[in-house]
Write a protein that binds this ligand. Sequence first.
Ligand SMILES: Cc1cc2nc3c(=O)[nH]c(=O)nc-3n(C[C@H](O)[C@H](O)[C@H](O)COP(=O)(O)OP(=O)(O)OC[C@H]3O[C@@H](n4cnc5c(N)ncnc54)[C@H](O)[C@@H]3O)c2cc1C
Length: 477
Amino acid sequence: MTLLKNSRPVVAIIGGGFTGSAVAWNLTRAIPNHEVQIVVHEPRKNLGAGLAYDTSDPTHRINVPAERMSLDADDGGDFMAWLAERSVEQTDPEAQLPDGRIFPRRADFGAYVAARLKPMILDGRIQHARCEVVAIERDASCWRIRRSDGTTLLADSVVIATSHPSPAAPRTLAALLEGHPRFVADPTAANALATIRPGNDVLIVGNGLTGADIAASLLARGHTGHITAISRRGLRSRGHAFGTQEPHGDFISRPIKSARLLTRRIRETIKQAALFDVSWHAVLDAVRAQGQAIWRNLPIAERRRIVRHLRPFWDVHRFRIAPQVENAIDAAIGAGQMESLAASVSAVSYFGDKIRVAMRLSRRKGTVLRDIDAVVVATGPAHGSVLSSQPYLDGLAGAGHIRLDPVGLGLDCDQRSRLIGANGEVQPGLFVAGPLARGAFGELMGLPQVTLHARDVAFEVKSDVAPHAIARTETAA
Ligand SMILES: Cc1cc2nc3c(=O)[nH]c(=O)nc-3n(C[C@H](O)[C@H](O)[C@H](O)COP(=O)(O)OP(=O)(O)OC[C@H]3O[C@@H](n4cnc5c(N)ncnc54)[C@H](O)[C@@H]3O)c2cc1C
């Protein structure tokens, strides 16, 4: 009994950033001999880069050391091996720190993933459909994928991996500045900062990793204007500890059932770690590594509490800026060229050629005015409104096949990453991979966790398509 070539089960992956590509790559290993047709839908030129690594800006660096980034969940050193083959120390001398850790350019990580996928694309195990998916509809036991090039594809299993929606600009700003040449509502768009002149005074709204990237890019281009970066709490993404530390702390053996207890345990562990000269970074790394088990132990109400109250603090400690970026920003702050405020925009108006922004300082410290030339929104992807972020998700939600997870971080799914519809039931053959599954898994944003998740989803998809393969084999025999 042999499979007919055109009767193989079809797996459609929507989004070919790191996550979608990693699911495809793992599937080719889990299902050998071309037994399934794997189609990755991705409008970008190369698979593997996505929003995070599809950047030619040399100041954009990975924010965890290269030794912790790998496509292969079973070989954590794969990216390091790829870098060594290419002598990164010569092509990018700033990548390596004096302590030996390497923070390469994000573009290099994208190139690495693309290189690992290339053989599978060349031999047809993975097809790159260079288009957007505009609709997904149920069609008997299959899913009909409608694509922006006008074609459709019938798929047995679908994996949603479109992760990061565009940021949503604060309404006060958008209402006045929409259409202004130096209002950058989506800094991830190609050449987003091109209209900002070196002498412009710039306001960056958001002080996390995206804000740091923007500041570093401007400074590297020789920016001379003043830069004000704001966030509600005035929190800034932290840097890395010096040297390498092992994760420190156990947050699982005694299950933690509340946000309050989690905070207390983290504080206690940080204090105790300091006695052994271990910094908070190692404790937060342990929380991150154990994050999915911690999340599973927490009731939904406590998960919500964490998202509402602790997330801003968690984000700035857990998403750390690359040391090269941190140095550039610290130097600009030290020289008085850049300031970081705990504030939110309360009013915007025009003042001659300038944009006048009134900002309410946090903790009732009053209001400050700044006359600026450019505003960049760096509030990060708007995951809370993911269902309305694009037509295919809107359509799936409208038909009841998907819904927002109860915590509001992405799409509702079970522990096998199967999507849950409006009626609370698992949708056959419909999966989610990567950051959009965070509601169920908790910590699932950084690459180490996404790598593991992609492998798990590939395993689930393999079980899902197996009955289709058997049925078609029997039909073909
Ligand atoms: C700017 C940025 C930098 C980051 N840097 C790091 C880092 O250095 N280290 C780290 O550990 N983590 C980092 N992260 C975290 C990041 O979540 C993961 O590392 C990982 O890259 C997520 O990839 P993804 O494929 O899930 O998402 P994305 O990168 O968002 O990829 C989704 C892809 O889906 C495509 N797509 C969207 N809609 C459609 C559609 N309708 N049809 C077809 N395709 C579609 C998009 O074109 C995109 O390429 C970063 C995140 C961002 C946003």
